[in-house]
Each structure stands twice: as structure tokens, then as C-alpha cells.
Design a protein around this ligand. Structure first.
Ligand SMILES: Cc1ncc(COP(=O)(O)O)c(C=O)c1O
Length: 356
């Protein structure tokens, strides 16, 4: 091995840049990371205290993963043999890329797409064909079909982060059926949208649908994601790629509890959808903004030349949103997470004071 190879490798990796975490603004209304503050604090207190009662973390969680998978299986109404789990859906996506893809792989996706996924592709030297969003922040399914033959993997976050866009179910189903390689549909925000492709996995061997408890269940800190895929892939993933104890005992037991209380998640999702509409409609009233429709728990808007000013003014008032800047021809994109009614009102009032 050539001397200095390690330093060279690290130098090469450092040039990738990596994930930009949002700024930590103390005691702010946190509307920057698509978390769910609508689901009550009581929900997490309950699931964690029940989890604590049945956990003994001196031991490895033997049999725990299987029980968690059974609970997820009941929730998604798909067989346990078709469900795998990971330390957040981030880790599932990462393990698929690092084990299934290679430097020879080409992935077809949108521009923008989920930032972590894009960064991981850079890390592994995987090339991307990225189809840009239109000026209306929409995608044309025909653009994807045209490029399909050139790609080995199709990755779409459905709905998309950061635009909130989702293809119609019909269009996405057609695209998935026409794609011969591996299809990864990332439904991190699926519960806030109109449909899921999970059921399609039964008839589509090359489809992996990835979901998470981070958004709809408001359990981002638990780090639990799962996927639905054909039995063979699931077996290989859970017994060779990802084993033996991928998530902690506390995550397993809390995850089981959460699945049993999914009615509380559904209530929170309904509130978020109503609040999303309120945010979109209110922001649309300002000529200074261009607001895009969203099927997720956040809203993207272009504040044009004043986006930095809007971002800083909100931050000064303890409201943290995401500053994205240029997306396509849109110069000043900002993304706001749909929070509780109070958080959203604080955000909208601050906007009114600034622009009204
Ligand atoms: C599209 C998309 N996929 C996956 C994730 C990661 O979710 P998890 O918390 O399960 O790792 C996110 C988080 O923001 C996301 O936006």
C-alpha cells in the first residue's frame, strides 16, 4: 500500500462537504427540521415509560427485533417477512447504497432530492441523473421514463423533501412498473400525503418502500426507520447486511408501544394537514412570496431577494426555519415545518409584522 494513502482518502472525503445541520437557536420555535411537535409530549412520555418497564439493557435485545417487526407488520398491514428495520431510514438508505450499489451504479432521481441521499451517493462515488423540478416545483413523469434505461436505481422521495411534491398515484405506479432496475420509494412523509406504494411491493419484486417513525409519529430522536420489500431482499438485509442488534432495546420497546397507539399519530397528522393549508393560504396572500403546494409536513416558498432578511428576522424572534436559497430559477427558497397551531401562528404573525 502506498504511503500516505489514508491521508489522501480522508482529504478526498473531506472535500465532499457533508450534511449542513440547521443552526441551533436556543428556545426557538423549531420549524426547521420537519419534526412533529403536534403529537403531545405525553405520547412520548407514555411510550418511553412503558418501554422502560419492560427493558433490561444489561442484555442484548434477543427476540426484540422480531417483536418490533411484528408490530410494524400489523400497522402497515403487510407480512412480517417483508419488513426490515434500521437506525432511522437514513441508515436503511445508507446500507442499501453501500451494499447494493457501487461506483458503476447510476441512480435516477430528482433535483432537489433528499440531501442526505445525495451526499451519500457522493461519498460512495455513485453517479446521479437528476431531473430538475419545473418552475412550478413539479416533476414530469415522462422525463423519468425517458431516462429510465440509463439508470440502475430509481430513488424518489414521495413526497419530496424539500418541495413537498408528490406524483399522482397513477403516475408513480406506472413509472415504477416501467423501471427495470431497483426502485427505492422513500415515504418519510407518506402519512401526510394522499397515498403509499407499500402494497405495491407484493406484486413488484424490485421495489423497496422506506418509511419512518420520525415524522408522523414525532419520534425523530428515537432513530427508527423501516422498509417494506420482497421477502428475499428483506431476509438478506436483516440477516447479513444488518444484524444482529441494529436498534436499541429502548427503541424496540418504544417502537412497539408507538405502533399500538397509532390512532394518536393519525390525529396529529390530521391537525398538521389542516395547519399546512392555513400556512399555504396565508403565505399566498403576500406578493413577495411564491408558495408551493405540499403533501408533506412542511411548506416551501420563494421569498426571492428578501429571503435572507426574512430568515434573519424570524431567527431574531426565536423562530427557526430552513434557509435553502436557490432551487432552479427560484433564488430565495425557505422551508417551514408545520408545527403546532401556536408555533404556526407565531411564524405567520412575525411574517405579517415584517411584510404587512
Ligand atoms: C425524504 C427523507 N427521507 C428520510 C429521512 C430520514 O428520516 P429518519 O429520521 O428516519 O432517518 C428524512 C429526514 O428528514 C427525509 O426528509
Amino acid at each position: 500500500m502506498k504511503e500516505g494513502w489514508f491521508e489522501e482518502k480522508i482529504e478526498k472525503i473531506s472535500s465532499i462537504g457533508g450534511y449542513q445541520k440547521p443552526e441551533l437557536i436556543q428556545d426557538s420555535a423549531k420549524l426547521d427540521s420537519n419534526e412533529n411537535h403536534v403529537i403531545s409530549k405525553q405520547f412520548q412520555n407514555d411510550i418511553i415509560s412503558s418501554a422502560k418497564k419492560v427493558s433490561d439493557i444489561r442484555e442484548y435485545p434477543l427476540g426484540g427485533v422480531e417483536r418490533l417487526i411484528d408490530a410494524i407488520s400489523k400497522f402497515v398491514k403487510m407480512p412480517s417477512s417483508m419488513i426490515g428495520i434500521g437506525n432511522g431510514s437514513d441508515q436503511i438508505l445508507d446500507l442499501i447504497l453501500s451494499n447494493i450499489a457501487s461506483k458503476q451504479t447510476t441512480i435516477l432521481t430528482s433535483k432537489p432530492t433528499f440531501g442526505f441521499f445525495e451526499e451519500r451517493c457522493k461519498l460512495y462515488g455513485i453517479s446521479l441523473i437528476s431531473i430538475p423540478f419545473s418552475n412550478e416545483m413539479k416533476l414530469d413523469v415522462n422525463d423519468f421514463v425517458k431516462q429510465s434505461k440509463k439508470a440502475d436505481i430509481l430513488y424518489l422521495d414521495s413526497p419530496n423533501n424539500p418541495t413537498g411534491f408528490q406524483f399522482s398515484k397513477n403516475e408513480l405506479q406506472k413509472l415504477v412498473k416501467s423501471f427495470n432496475g431497483l426502485v427505492i420509494i422513500d415515504e418519510a412523509y407518506g402519512e401526510f400525503s394522499d397515498y403509499s406504494l407499500a402494497r405495491m411491493v407484493k406484486s413488484t419484486k424490485n421495489l423497496i418502500v422506506v418509511q419512518t417513525v420520525s415524522k408522523s409519529f414525532g419520534l425523530a430522536g428515537l432513530r427508527l426507520g423501516y422498509f417494506i420489500a420482497n421477502k428475499k431482499f428483506t431476509d438478506v438485509f436483516m440477516s447479513i447486511v444488518q444484524y444482529p442488534y441494529p436498534v436499541s432495546t429502548i427503541t424496540i420497546e418504544s417502537g412497539i408501544q408507538a405502533m399500538e397507539k397509532s390512532n394518536l399519530m393519525n390525529d396529529a397528522v390530521e391537525t398538521i394537514k389542516i395547519e399546512r393549508k392555513r400556512i399555504v393560504e396565508t403565505l399566498q396572500k403576500y406578493d413577495a412570496f411564491e408558495v408551493f403546494d405540499s403533501k408533506a409536513n412542511f411548506v416551501l416558498f420563494d421569498a426571492h431577494g428578501s429571503y435572507k432578511r426574512v430568515y434573519s428576522a424570524l431567527a431574531e424572534q426565536g423562530i427557526s426555519i430552513r434557509k435553502l436559497g436557490k432551487i432552479g430559477d427560484h433564488e430565495g427558497c425557505l422551508r417551514v415545518t408545520v408545527g403546532t397551531k401556536e408555533m404556526n401562528s407565531k411564524f405567520l404573525l412575525a411574517i405579517r409584522d415584517l411584510l404587512g
